[in-house]
Design a protein around this ligand. Sequence first.
Ligand code: ATP
Length: 315
Amino acid sequence: MTALPPFGARFENVTVTYPRSWSADANGAVHRTPGATALDGITCDIPAGQITGLLGRNGAGKSTMLGLLAAFRRPTHGSVVVGAGGDLRDPWEDAALTSAVQFVQDGGDVFADQKCADTLAYYADLRPEWDAGRAAELLDLFEIPVRKKPAALSRGKRSALAATIGLASRAPLTIFDEVYLGMDTPTRHAFYDALLADYAAHPRTIILSSHLVAETERLFEHVVLVDAGRVLLAEPADELRSRATALTGPASAVDRLTHGREVLDRQELGATAMVTVLGTMPDDAARAAAAEGVTVGGVGLESLFVHLTRKEARR
Ligand SMILES: Nc1ncnc2c1ncn2[C@@H]1O[C@H](COP(=O)(O)OP(=O)(O)OP(=O)(O)O)[C@@H](O)[C@H]1O
């Protein structure tokens, strides 16, 4: 089968409001869950053929956005479209589109009380580009006993099963919603490596939602940062990294050189300090800093993430 081209996606002025709900407990008491505006008029693009990091704090609206792309729900207002080659359409009840979108959540959508092999057979039927050989390699890598039921696996193994489904699906739009949460550190890194290798061999569009920014940022070519139901920015990861600068060297020199700048982070070890400031540093200033033993360099996305999504930054 010919591989479908990678999918792009667009959110246009999208609002999602969850209604209030009621439930009754064993004593017959009724509890009300208040409604919530999960997305508040967001507009952004997901570029085709790239790995996008969807970053945001707890409750920011990441899962809601991803559920819209997979047509698990519809927007209350606005439009969501996905598709290949500039032909973007509403995925709602469009089987041709939704069969090309694999949405993987932590723990996965699996048959909990049947053998893992049954869940894998289901996805093999559902996804036109399913790669059974790759699935077998990943099951081996993550040491998942396919004859067991997902309900009998540890949380980390269930996450690894979900990751396997996402990678083996080879879907033109593959979405991992914090799928790594239950994995231990070596397994998470094995997943990141497998994802990069798979993406290089079979280019497609991948979205990975995360709040483990330091650990996952090496994967991202594009970043969408959401906070409290709004998109704070959507831009290439390198552009975002260049929004801040880190100065490392003798503390007194670093403090003098960063005086008056907006400081995102400051760490000190003995007489050495590393200070991250917003903005870039002109070449002549960087040369002057070097003469004082201060190194000027780029920053990771984590300090920017913390800075841009801190409570005080909300207006
Ligand atoms: N089924 C629901 N009913 C009511 N409110 C909901 C529902 N699902 C999500 N919400 C609310 O919508 C907002 C966004 O939730 P969402 O799960 O999209 O955030 P998230 O960024 O994925 O969070 P996390 O990182 O904690 O998983 C939150 O305020 C949440 O409480």
